[in-house]
Ligand binder design. Sequence first.
Ligand code: SF4
Length: 420
Amino acid sequence: MNDFDQLWIWDDPATASSLGWYRAVAANRKPAKFRIARTIPVALSLAQSSEDELWDEIDRLTPLFLARWRGIREASDAWGPPAPGASLLELCRELTQRMLTHCNFCQWDCQVDRSRASKFGACKLAADTRVSSYFHHAGEELVYRGTHGSGTIFFTSCNMRCAFCQNGDISTDKDNGLAVDAHDLAVMAWLLRMEGCHNINWVGGDPAIHLHKIVEAIALLGRDFAQPSNDDLARVLRVKADYFGKAELFPYFATYEGAFNVPMLWNSNFYLSDPAMKILRLLMDVWLPDFKFGPGRCAISLARTPRYWETVTGYLKLVHDWGEDLTIRHLVMPNHVECCTYPVLDWIAEVMPDAQVNIMDQYRPDNFCDPTSAKYQERYATIARRPETSEVQAAYDHAHLRGLNFEAVTYEKRRRGLVA
Ligand code: SF4
């Protein structure tokens, strides 16, 4: 699987520099962040401390974690032994369980107790999590799909209401798929990596609304996760979309110094919250945010999402200021080049001109915008078609004019003859 490390796209200096940490973890030259978090001990009892005390502890430990991470990233420092008792990894898990009781996983800040399921927030979820499907995704960017696919886990439901959602069957039907616990999720992630995937790609819908289960699963993976039993595997294989019989496993490919290792990828609409970001910073090795709408009213009229521009630009800037690896995705939509594409690209050029941007041309009318569907609503007529070639070209021209880092990641499928 070392052919991942030899992909031609790494010869592009901008790509190599944007995603150096991710690449090193994917190739098992470095331990993933969750492995590093496991080496940092906590100094209090997780069960007996108040939530405020737990947040104080994470604020105290985060600089220690970052110093260790930077030492490993930049100077090849040793990563250290696992903490003997509870670690920063378990602290993250405990905090997300507490957050669930007054849910503030995302910008809606609904403050409902999802553990009781008596009231629901904008995502309409209680504590349960469902996975619609998981598989080796061969359609992601080359840096993520690599040679053996991106290990993608699709969760149901969403915290935005995009009328054109390209995954509408998953995001608008919160009851589809398989109900899973954290151990099921950990088994899925373990299996994908052992089969050769280059990352675990948490996506939906949106993964933020399942933060408590995802973090618990990562905590399990970080704590001596044993090979799953045949019963464990049989249960989760029911929603493995590419399961056609027993696949070969590659244990040597999934470990760093003997410990299970894989980069965690946060594939999200970035409609997040400050507390969620504090947790994710410690666990995610690479970020794949959508940046869809300009600062006008499009996020309201097309996605019923308030404060979109402020929220997404705020968290993009935060991640960039943190020095994290990221690829920003912008989907070109018909009739939204002037109001959305140009302001999005301009903002990136002004605030983070080095950031990698994938300008995506694959928009198709879907969900409530598909004229052939019974769900179609006439008010979305202006986006009920594919973007014209001239609209996509205008987006590319604008990105080129603004000097953005977009060409290698945006054009790679076209260059390799994978799309018409
Ligand atoms: S995840 Fe977001 S939308 Fe769902 S209850 Fe929590 S804050 Fe509300």
